[in-house]
Design a protein around this ligand. Structure first.
Ligand SMILES: NC(=O)c1ccc[n+]([C@@H]2O[C@H](COP(=O)([O-])OP(=O)(O)OC[C@H]3O[C@@H](n4cnc5c(N)ncnc54)[C@H](OP(=O)(O)O)[C@@H]3O)[C@@H](O)[C@H]2O)c1
Length: 241
């Protein structure tokens, strides 16, 4: 078992009020880190506060709002780990030619948000700090109707490699989830379980993953001081299916 090196470290997770980000916030806090988790909606903020039970801080911020991000970073002061797990953009799941240019571009809001988190957050990062992003298996597993997911995910992964090079010794990594049972699929309503089962039927591990399974990938790259510029896939073998 490696030593826990998160004890007393300052961890900020944008997109940390639900799903994967919230699970990572809880895990980091349980390992003794001082955690700030942020998201936009009051609903997710209330849930995150309940999950936190006061063990970590919950704030309101949008990845696109430099002022709100800066207010959190200022409050934290010195950041050891800056994580963005925010969804951050609107995806239109249609074949490319059936989408408008605007719909396709809207997916890129995820990338622009992540860029803003880094631009605003970098001055607060410790030299031995780390940035961790979340992409998604469509970046490298192509499917009809998923071009926005694929292109944005691939851009996030490439940005991580560019930043790892430019910001070293600050480490920069990305975790790529497969199909994970989170609020992202709540729009399926009562059919959610059935739809997730169908989506994962061809995967090597035939179920949706959990937020905790992906969060443990995030915690791995946060804690491993030799990991940088890397993509960790936590996808139930989706890339091979
Ligand atoms: N679930 C999957 O199957 C899956 C698959 C591949 C990739 N991913 C990626 O994994 C990451 C986490 O997704 P998830 O499944 O955990 O989603 P989730 O359960 O919907 O949680 C997303 C979190 O991000 C916050 N958020 C969204 N847009 C934001 C913005 N513009 N600024 C700040 N916070 C924002 C949400 O809160 P508010 O909405 O209140 O802001 C929430 O805290 C995302 O990057 C997603 O693209 C997920």
């Amino acid at each position: 078992m490696p030593n826990n090196n998160l004890e007393g470290k300052n961890v900020v997770i944008i997109g940390g009020t639900a799903g994967i980000g919230l699970a990572a916030a809880k895990m980091a806090s349980e390992l003794g880190a001082n955690v700030w988790a942020a998201g936009r909606s009051e609903g997710h903020i209330a849930t995150a506060k309940e999950v936190s039970g006061g063990s970590f801080e919950v704030r309101q911020a949008d990845t696109h709002d430099a002022e709100a991000l800066d207010a959190i970073f200022k409050e934290v002061g010195q950041i050891h780990h800056l994580v963005s797990a925010a969804v951050g953009g609107e995806r239109t799941l249609l074949p490319f030619l059936q989408q408008t240019q605007e719909q396709f571009q809207a997916a890129y809001d995820k990338l622009w948000g992540y860029c803003k988190v880094v631009r605003v957050g970098a001055p607060y990062l410790e030299d031995d700090g780390a940035i961790t992003f979340v992409s998604g298996s469509p970046a490298r597993k192509l499917a009809v109707g998923q071009s926005p997911l694929s292109c944005v995910g691939a851009s996030v992964e490439n940005l991580v490699r560019c930043l790892a090079l430019e910001l070293a010794p600050i480490r920069v990594n990305v975790v790529s989830p497969g199909t994970i049972d989170t609020a992202m699929f709540d729009h399926f309503g009562e059919e959610k379980q059935e739809r997730l089962n169908a989506m994962t039927a061809s995967h090597l591990i035939k179920r949706a993953g959990t937020s905790e399974e992906v969060a443990s990938g995030i915690l791995f790259v946060m804690q491993n001081e030799f990991a940088t510029g890397t993509t960790v896939d936590v996808d139930g073998g989706r890339l091979l299916s």
